[in-house]
Design a protein around this ligand. Structure first.
Ligand SMILES: Nc1ncnc2c1ncn2[C@@H]1O[C@H](COP(=O)(O)OP(=O)(O)OP(=O)(O)O)[C@@H](O)[C@H]1O
Ligand SMILES: [Mg+2]
Length: 509
């Protein structure tokens, strides 16, 4: 035993933590070796983020102890953890909008700026510039965080955490907003860090990533520790069974349904980041949109939802040309969108689940002045149940939910509005395997009722498993259209789609 303990750079034992009535962690353990990439797996709400927040001192455990590099350890907040050698990439990105990139990178680590008695703006910018270059990011370090896309914010968050010489770096869903290219860049960085002996704790719901980059895995279920093992030799199914405690059927159960009339049509639509986009989506159809981050996918949808203005082209709904002035306008016409950035667009963190789910439906429910609270509660409860939102009650405030459960609330909210066109931008971002398959089933059910669904996703297995048709974006244009038969008959493979995302022309290599 003694011998073995020396292998571990971090050991957490007997950790318990409750939030009010919710027991988030029950007597869990975690052992991390020096220089390994250790996956932490579990369904939404299993307690992964909570344990990590305990490690960096954001929460105090009710019980248990931690040993870091052979010494009893506790952190008094993230700055203290960083000083001691542990940094973290957070799951929920909360950039300070008015800080520059440089200021965000150096936040809380004035101590690492050795030899600089006071923080000199010019020097911070210079150093940030060097770091950005090293990570291949071409941005002025003085750019404000509020001007960045979600993927860029995530990259800056990663850069911040990996550039401060920590011995353990915790990555809580680091790739949730990244595309395949950026993810590979991150994996390259992880391999370099490993070589230097840095340990990484890696949390992700994307199983392919776990198998690609991790050495060992620990699985949690419902706040309890289940098992740890090397990844070599276990299968995807075995891991999923450990996580959910039961066998999960097909991950993407596609329900075939009849495809009807054209609901939405765009003709030569142009805007910031995309040009001359034309497509149609029909009743009962799930139209998948794939492409790299920044290829113009989300930008197109933002215009259709009235968040940004178009610079050219036409939008038709039910055969009639329409002008969309604002999201409110879009919603009133029957177009809803679930945005990828749930904290900024989707969720009121300090409102209850019930209120969050009901917000966009208010007009239909407002009889006179009073909102029919009983009906609101019943409907919200039903939707939350279908989506298996895990929470103490429907009255719990949104901030207290785990990341994946917040995503489910956002989805419930729009689903209840029963739109004609539902646009989903990365709908299963941060959602666990079981819930993912529930969300896909739900999408199919809505399609079967005649809704037209447009889904943007960076996960190719998801796009390929759920779509009736796929449009592939490359640099602001559509670079390919693929039909479901091509996929079910394996005429088109994942690699073919990827090649088109990277700009390969029709027929060419
Ligand atoms: N600040 C808080 N207040 C109340 N309850 C909380 C708080 N933070 C977490 N919880 C609860 O603790 C449990 C564990 O949540 P945690 O965020 O650790 O899950 P997770 O494994 O990270 O899930 P996900 O994969 O969805 O991110 C959940 O039931 C959650 O609702
Ligand atoms: Mg989490």
């Amino acid at each position: 035993m003694e011998e073995q303990n020396k292998d571990y750079i971090l050991e957490c034992t007997g950790i318990s933590k409750a939030f009010g009535g919710t027991q988030a962690l029950k007597n869990v353990q975690l052992q991390i070796k020096k220089g390994e990439v250790h996956a932490l797996l579990g369904e939404n709400g299993a307690g992964k983020s909570t344990l990590m927040k305990i490690v960096i001192g954001l929460h105090k455990p009710d019980e248990g102890e931690m040993v870091f590099e052979g010494q009893r350890y506790a952190a008094n907040g993230p700055a203290d953890a960083l000083r001691k050698g542990i940094s973290m990439v957070h799951q929920e990105l909360n950039p300070e909008p008015h800080l520059s990139i440089a200021e965000s990178i150096f936040l809380n680590r004035e101590h690492t700026m050795k030899g600089l008695p006071f923080l000199n703006k010019k020097e911070t910018n210079r150093q940030a510039g060097i770091i950005l270059k090293r990570f291949g990011i071409e941005k002025d370090p003085r750019t404000l965080m509020e001007e960045l896309t979600l993927a860029e914010v995530q990259m800056i968050e990663i850069i911040r955490a990996v550039s401060c010489d920590a011995r353990i770096i915790i990555m809580d869903e680091p790739t949730s907003s990244l595309d395949s290219e950026e993810t590979q860049h991150l994996f390259h960085t992880i391999r370099e860090l490993k070589e230097k002996g840095v340990s990484i704790i890696y949390i992700s719901h994307r199983m392919e990533e776990i198998f690609e980059i991790c050495d060992r895995v620990s699985v949690f279920r419902d706040g309890e520790y289940v098992n740890s093992c090397p990844l070599e030799g276990v299968t995807n199914e075995e891991l999923i069974a450990m996580m959910v405690g039961r066998q999960v059927k097909s991950i993407f159960p596609k329900i075939e349904c009849e495809i009807g009339e054209t609901v939405l049509k765009v003709e030569n639509l142009s805007g910031k980041g995309f040009q001359n986009i034309s497509f149609e989506v029909h009743e009962g159809e799930i139209l998948g949109i794939s492409g790299l981050v920044g290829s113009g996918r989300s930008e197109t949808m933002r215009v259709i939802f009235g968040l940004d203005p178009k610079t050219g082209g036409k939008i038709f709904l039910g055969g009639k040309e329409i002008a969309i002035k604002s999201p409110k306008d879009a919603i009133s016409k029957g177009i809803c969108m679930v945005n990828e950035d749930r904290q900024n667009f989707g969720l009121c963190l300090y409102r209850s689940i019930r209120e969050n789910i009901s917000l966009p439906n208010l007009p239909s429910r407002q009889k006179g002045i009073l909102i029919n609270q009983r009906r609101e509660k019943k409907e919200a409860e039903e939707v939350a149940k279908v989506l298996t939102v895990k929470a103490a009650s429907i009255e719990s405030e949104a901030y207290s939910l785990s990341g994946g459960n917040q995503q489910k609330v956002v989805l419930s909210k729009w689903v209840m509005a029963k739109p004609k066109v539902l646009i989903l931008d990365e709908p299963t971002r941060g959602v666990d395997v079981g819930a993912k398959s529930e969300i896909h089933t739900l999408m199919c059910q809505f399609a079967a009722q005649g809704m037209a669904i447009i889904m943007i996703s960076s996960e190719l297995p998801e796009i390929m498993g759920t779509s009736d048709r796929i449009l592939i974006y490359h640099e602001g244009r559509i670079n390919g259209e693929i039909f479901r038969e091509d996929i079910t008959t394996a005429k088109v493979t994942q690699e073919d789609i990827l090649a088109k995302e990277f700009g390969q022309k029709e027929g060419g290599k």
